[in-house]
Design a protein around this ligand. Structure first.
Ligand SMILES: [Zn+2]
Length: 206
């Protein structure tokens, strides 16, 4: 029988108390962005109830609002089912977009049609980004712990920037000085225009 969260926490806490945290070699990784010693935080117990996320149930959901308005300042490509949104905050990487369904949905309640298109789009964005930008591939992440409306984080590093490879790319993105906003937008639009040529939908003009 699977452990309950309380059983999991009790076992883990006891092990930490007895043996400490496991040894980590993160500081040896060439992609680890920081220097200096690491000190893990104490582990909090599980909450009794998961807190509501932003836009829960589609109420006051800013993604739904964007999907309805298709405001070109934040939506740079859309079709009937999905949109690509620009990040609100300035980014250090040459490629960063959010892929989101236009309908308020989480990963687990996409329709078959939406899930099929989602797979096609993930592949096509990777191809389009590599076609028009100097990036080796896109990285894809989905957490969904802050905002309920499904949003895939799509990132890419500059080709040859081997230090940015892998798990810590999003942390590097937070640390690096941002790409000038006009340049960043123009580069993302190049990708969405290439995407539209490949799999349809409408990209914003230059
Ligand atoms: Zn929504």
């Amino acid at each position: 029988m699977p452990e309950t969260p309380q059983e999991w926490y009790a076992r883990v806490s006891e092990a930490i108390e007895r043996d400490g945290y496991r040894e980590s070699d993160l500081q040896q990784w060439s992609s680890w962005p920081w220097t200096g010693a690491l000190a893990p935080k104490p582990l909090d117990p599980p909450a009794d109830v998961e807190p509501p996320r932003r836009g829960a149930g589609g109420v006051d959901c800013f993604v739904c609002a964007n999907a309805a308005s298709l405001d070109p300042s934040s939506v740079v490509w859309h079709d009937d089912l999905f949109l690509l949104g620009l990040p609100h905050e300035r980014r250090g990487l040459p490629f960063a977009l959010f892929l989101m369904p236009r309908r308020h949905a989480e990963l687990g309640n996409l329709t078959t049609e939406e899930a099929t298109r989602q797979g096609e789009l993930l592949t096509a964005v990777d191809v389009a980004a590599r076609q028009v930008l100097a990036v080796p591939r896109i990285q894809v992440a989905m957490w969904g712990d802050g905002t309920e409306h499904l949003h895939w984080w799509l990132y890419a590093r500059p080709t040859g920037m081997l230090q940015l490879r892998g798990t810590f790319l999003s942390h590097w993105d937070d640390l690096l000085p941002p790409v000038p906003p006009a340049q960043f937008r123009a580069d993302q639009v190049l990708v969405t225009q290439e995407l539209a040529r490949r799999v349809g939908g409408e990209a914003v003009p230059d």
